[in-house]
Design a protein around this ligand. Sequence first.
Ligand SMILES: C[S@@+](CC[C@H](N)C(=O)[O-])C[C@H]1O[C@@H](n2cnc3c(N)ncnc32)[C@H](O)[C@@H]1O
Length: 228
Amino acid sequence: MGKNKLKKFADILSLPNVFENFNPDDEYLINGDNDKVEIKGKWRSDFFKNDNPIILELACGRGEYSIGLAEMYPDKNFIGVDIKGARIWQGANQAIEKNLNNVAFLRTRIELITSYFEKDEVDEIWIIFPDPFLKRSKSNRRLTSPVFLSEYRKILKSKGLVHLKTDSPPLYEFTLETIAEDENCIINYQNDNIYASELAYKELIIKTYYERSHLKDGRLIKYVQYTI
Ligand SMILES: C[S@@+](CC[C@H](N)C(=O)[O-])C[C@H]1O[C@@H](n2cnc3c(N)ncnc32)[C@H](O)[C@@H]1O
């Protein structure tokens, strides 16, 4: 492992806005200076210290959406979730530099998400350029698959929105099919080329590392917003 990555791993532990899980068999989280914390059901009271809505960004990478949304909506709380510590480190440091107290990061596998949030604790979920897992045998790993939707239902408020932004036609089609086959899912908005006309939502202007690279390659950006 490079020196830089090692330093990021050491630093991430001491960042006050990062919570990490290291062992899937033991679901506790570490925050700050190696403190063990139980934050499930207590994100508002114990970390954000307000009653504002909580919005998750799943597969957040460097957390550009969490940070961009937090700047747009100071009265909402944002939590970026990813398994890669070095990426989260960048977002967490940026949030600190920008004095954004309404952003936190959770380093864990998204498969464990119900270990860290209570029923109805989450108001909205953004999924931004997730890995498309193109092989059919891996479709359960797609973050918009029925397996994940049933987990999100355990923590997301009724009528809470799910947003997917992707460049991947197969993932986009798979998501639309999953929605169509699920009688509880309702689409609010869908667009298979969001930049072809004026943006429907100002939040869509935020561009992540992966989006910028896909745009450079001339790929079309797709978006669907739905309830589950
Ligand atoms: C293609 S990157 C996109 C990152 C960011 N959203 C962006 O647009 O730049 C996908 C991210 O998903 C994360 N990821 C994929 N599967 C995951 C899982 N099951 N749990 C946690 N993170 C996951 C990866 O670590 C990676 O950072």
